[in-house]
Design a protein around this ligand. Structure first.
Ligand code: NAD
Length: 239
């Protein structure tokens, strides 16, 4: 399948979903989960750090891991793929919905409106336990992690950890968008993390994979484009 054919599908589509994963941000210099395990953190697997259990057992260590990822995110910019999506949305309001597994905020920074961030945001944090009036009443005490000065409740990254439920509102909106779209571009995801990957299997619309390597969703696709997000999306989404 040639990109030109997919561009015709884009032109004809009334509703489009972009389902993005870590590969979407690779060309911005954000490592995918597996590539991120370098240096100090190489001896830990993400599955060992990105869980509530790990945070409760070693809050400082998990907080520091996220702090390192936040710091490196401050130095990166959205790439040509993020910009091509946002520009399309601005030219065609309401026609394209971004559903992302990424927590890096790069779609939002490129100017995409209404991004459905299924796995939360690494740029924000929230209370570990349901907040009591004391938690809301004052600034958290600085620390790694910060805590409520009265009850000790901890701040935690506002991401969805392994084993946690996805945010219900975002997931329902993503399911609605997947059901209503006639074209889904699946960009930079290995397709192994559910329920996000299930959206590509549930849609009645055409499914196009944009990924330089094989993914678990290739068998669900009407077209597979072997290329990168920043190289292909500007071409696919131009008018
Ligand atoms: P993944 O790391 O499992 O897979 C990344 C996929 O992107 C691979 O299939 C790879 O071939 C592809 N890829 C690599 N470079 C690409 C490029 N330039 N263009 C297009 N595709 C490219 O990522 P996943 O499927 O998103 O699942 C991992 C989980 O990790 C997700 O739940 C996500 O929340 C989280 N995560 C997020 C970020 C981020 O926010 N940027 C980074 C790492 C992990």
């Amino acid at each position: 399948m040639k990109p030109q054919q997919v561009r015709e599908w884009v032109r004809a589509a009334r509703r489009i979903v972009v389902l993005s994963g870590a590969g979407m941000s690779a060309e911005s210099g954000v490592p995918t989960f597996r590539d991120a395990q370098t240096g100090l953190w190489a001896k830990f697997r993400p599955e060992e750090l990105a869980t509530e259990e790990a945070f409760r057992a070693r809050p400082q260590m998990v907080w520091d891991w996220y702090a390192a990822r936040r710091e490196s995110l401050a130095k990166v910019e959205p790439n040509a793929g993020h910009h091509a999506i946002a520009a399309f949305q601005q030219r065609h309001p309401g026609r394209l919905t971004v559903v992302t597994q990424n927590v890096d905020g790069l779609h939002q920074r490129a100017g995409s409106p209404g991004v459905l961030a299924l796995h939360g945001s690494i740029l924000e944090d929230r209370w570990l336990e349901a907040p009591r009036p004391c938690c809301a009443g004052a600034e958290p005490l600085p620390g790694r992690p910060p805590r409520c000065g009265v009850c000790g409740n901890l701040r935690r990254p506002a991401v969805v950890w392994f084993g946690e439920m996805l945010p219900a509102r975002e997931l329902a909106a993503a399911e609605d968008a997947a059901a209503a779209c006639d074209l889904m571009l699946v960009v930079g995801t290995s397709g192994v993390v559910y329920p996000a990957a299930g959206l590509a299997r549930a849609t009645q619309g055409r499914v196009v994979i944009v990924n330089p390597q094989a993914s678990e969703l290739d068998d669900a696709a009407d077209a597979v484009l072997r290329g990168t997000a920043a190289a292909l999306l500007p071409e696919l989404l131009e008018d």
